[in-house]
Design a protein around this ligand. Structure first.
Ligand SMILES: [Fe+2]
Length: 491
């Protein structure tokens, strides 16, 4: 069957799927120079429809996983990108058409898809205990060869990971090397079971904790301090009836209570304490700290549904203003009998959603957050860049949570930035001493650029021009050369 994109209204202009694997040896540096102390790999992953979706109103989160890497060494950078060879990708490729229906709803699949894993491995990448994974929260981790990006298959942690789902946002405590991860909908679609797993630095599961959420909802990310785990539960809901009726997995319930569960890192299911409050969406977090009886989290949070492709269950139209995501601080007081929380908006003029920190400080006391955001005071050249109103992330910000200061890097007047990752200058460097690395879409040139920014001065140090549009990124991670086996460069 010939491929037609008529069923994908998002596959227009700059946003057409790319559909090819690629490699570029020694990429073209058009500004500055690649720092000679940058040695490691920036891995990125996102969705790229290999065949058009079955349904025009499906979520882009359902697209095929595409992994790519920029490998830095000796002042140069090489690129490689390829589709994850999931069971689903291979079944579609063999059938030469899309067999799979709506995002996380197997009831809407073609009969030929029965029994084939729906894992698209398109959301995030993490390296732990010498292994590299591409993650999708409805499935187990997909192991990826760190040097060739070949797909090695799903990983079950030596048979001890018995849950069908695995978060796209596991957290690694770099002090101990422990990875804390979880699966939600852990007893199958639309179940409200959550299972946390604690994986030691050698990659073995040491402990697990199973408990129930107040209701089944999207639990995309968590935040962890040195003592506590914060689990946000909010009105992105589903049910067996919803799935059986052939709808997309999630719908927004604006009447749902928002809950934050707090699990002590050394605690059991009976130790989870729940705090509750009004409508919010907490898709991502920066980090958290425990300060006496208080657990404090910084996160980009919106007042309502941030995703137009997951419509409201009561039929109310998508509210673009309420979807605006702003950096907030949430304080949960374990010493109080009150079960409400305190919330402050820290940066009212810097909307953005993809929050990061210096990963070495995840789960530890920290100062800086990093996030791409839309700075309305910066120009956009719509003559050269086209009508991209509302689609521009023009700046990377360094959010100083100690002082409230915001320093920023502006990418240019026809560019939009994807998520940044932090690369430390060295393993011993102080918090924030290193580089922000990310990809900019150049809407005028219809290609992509890699930007490297000094994370202390927030000045650009290198810009690389790619000879084509890169696949869209959801998340990425910089992994120092020493953290994964077999690091090498060469044509
Ligand atoms: Fe995410």
């Amino acid at each position: 069957m010939s491929v037609s994109w008529i069923n994908d209204p998002t596959a227009v202009g700059y946003f057409e799927p790319t559909r090819f694997d690629a490699a570029v040896h020694d990429c073209e540096v058009i500004e500055g120079a690649i720092p000679s102390d940058l040695r490691g790999t920036f891995y990125r992953v996102g969705g790229d429809w290999f065949y058009p979706p079955k349904f025009r109103d499906d979520s882009p989160f359902n697209a095929d996983g595409y992994v790519s890497m920029f490998r830095f060494a000796d002042g140069s950078v090489d690129y490689q990108g390829r589709f994850v060879r999931t069971q689903r990708y291979l079944a579609d490729a063999k059938a030469r058409r899309q067999l799979f229906g709506y995002y996380r709803n197997a009831h809407t699949d073609d009969p030929a898809a029965k029994g084939v894993s729906r894992n698209v491995a398109n959301t995030n990448m993490v390296a732990h205990a010498g292994r590299l994974f591409a993650l999708k929260e409805d499935s187990r981790p997909m192991m990826i060869d760190p040097n060739t990006l070949a797909t090695l298959g799903e990983w079950d942690f030596h048979g001890r990971y018995q849950t069908p789902t695995f978060t796209a946002h596991p957290k690694i405590d770099h002090t101990t090397g422990e990875m804390i991860c979880f699966g939600y909908e852990a007893s199958g679609d639309a179940s409200n079971d959550i299972v946390f797993y604690f994986v030691d630095k050698s990659g073995r599961i040491s402990r697990q904790v199973r408990f129930k959420a107040p209701y089944v909802s999207m639990i995309h990310d968590i935040a962890i301090s040195d003592k506590h785990i914060i689990i946000p539960v909010y009105g992105m809901v589903t049910s067996p009836e919803r799935l059986q009726s052939g709808k997309i997995h999630w719908g927004w319930d604006r009447t749902a209570t928002t809950w934050y569960g707090v699990l002590p890192r050394d605690g059991e299911a009976s130790d989870v304490r729940w705090f509750k409050g009004p409508e919010r969406a907490i898709v991502h977090t920066f980090n958290a700290t425990t300060q006496g009886d208080k657990v404090v989290m910084e996160a980009p949070i919106s007042d309502s549904n941030p995703f137009p492709f997951f419509p409201a269950i009561d039929g109310t139209p998508f509210d673009r203003a309420a979807a605006r995501t702003l950096v907030r601080r949430v304080t949960l007081n374990l010493g109080s009998k009150d079960d409400s929380w305190r919330e402050e908006i820290l940066y009212p003029d810097a909307p953005g959603a993809l929050s990061r920190v210096d990963d070495r400080y995840l789960t530890r006391p920290y100062r800086y957050g990093y996030m791409g955001y839309s700075d309305s005071k910066r120009p956009f050249d719509s003559v050269r860049g086209g009508n991209m109103a509302g689609r521009i992330t023009n700046s990377y910000g360094r959010f100083d949570f100690a002082t409230g200061k915001l320093d920023s890097y502006f990418a240019g007047d026809v560019q939009s930035l994807q998520e940044c990752s932090f690369a430390p200058r060295s393993a011993q460097a102080a918090e924030g001493d290193g580089y922000l690395i990310g990809v900019a879409s150049n809407y005028a040139e219809r290609n992509s650029e890699l930007v490297v920014v000094d994370a202390m001065s927030m000045q650009g140090v290198a810009r690389v021009r790619m000879p084509f549009r890169l696949s869209n990124q959801i998340h990425g991670v910089f992994v120092p050369a020493a953290d994964l086996p077999g690091f090498s460069t060469g044509a």
